[in-house]
Design a binder for this molecule. Structure first.
Ligand code: S3P
Length: 166
C-alpha cells in the first residue's frame, strides 16, 4: 500500500484534513514540519532564524526523503516542499498526491495571528501569499493526482473525496 500525500499552500488545511483522513482510514498520520521539529528539538521559526530558509529546506528535503520510504501513511507537507525538484519527484512516486487548494483570502483567514510561519512575518502577508501562490501553484499541479478546492468543500466532504480515491 502506498501513501496519501497532502500538498498545498499555508492555510489550505493539510494538517487538519490529513489527521481526519488518517483516522478515517486507520493509517498513521505524519506532519513533515512536526517531524522536522521533533528531530531538531526546536520550532520552525528558530530554524529559520539560525539557518535561514535554505537551512530549513535542507532539513525538509532530508525528512521528505525518509518519509517517502514509508508505506501506508498519510503525510501532510509544508507549503514550500514543492520548491525542490527532488522533493517533487519523491512525493509523486510515493503515493496519491492531493493538492488542497485555497484562495489567498482563505489562506489569510486561516493563518491570521499565526506566529509559527516565518514567511508570513511581514507587513503585507497578503502580497507574500499571492507571490508564493503564483510561483507554487504550477508546481503543486505538476505532481497532483487530485485537486480539492477547500474554499468550497466542507471538511467532511473533502475527507470523503480523498478516502474514496485511495
Ligand atoms: C512554509 C510553510 C510551512 C512551513 C514553513 C515554510 C512555506 O508549512 O513548512 O513555515 O514555505 O510555505 P505549512 O504549509 O504547514 O504552514
Amino acid at each position: 500500500m502506498s501513501n496519501i500525500i497532502l500538498i498545498g499552500p499555508m492555510g489550505a488545511g493539510k494538517s487538519t484534513v490529513g489527521r481526519h483522513v488518517a483516522t478515517h482510514l486507520r493509517l498513521p498520520f505524519v506532519d513533515s514540519d512536526k517531524e522536522i521539529e521533533r528531530r531538531t528539538g526546536v520550532n520552525i521559526p528558530t530554524i529559520f532564524e539560525y539557518e535561514g530558509e535554505a537551512g530549513f529546506r535542507d532539513r525538509e528535503s532530508a525528512v521528505i526523503e525518509d518519509l517517502c520510504r514509508r508505506e501506508g501513511i498519510v503525510l501532510a507537507t509544508g507549503g514550500g516542499v514543492v520548491m525542490r525538484p527532488e522533493n517533487r519527484t519523491r512525493l509523486a512516486a510515493s503515493g496519491l498526491v492531493i493538492y488542497l487548494r485555497a484562495s489567498v483570502h482563505t489562506q489569510l483567514r486561516r493563518t491570521r495571528r499565526d506566529r509559527n510561519r516565518p514567511l508570513l512575518q511581514t507587513d503585507n502577508p497578503r502580497a507574500r501569499l499571492e507571490s508564493l501562490f503564483k510561483i507554487r501553484d504550477p508546481l503543486y499541479r505538476e505532481i497532483a493526482d487530485l485537486i480539492v478546492e477547500t474554499d468550497r468543500e466542507h471538511l467532511r466532504s473533502t475527507i470523503r473525496t480523498i478516502a474514496r480515491r485511495f
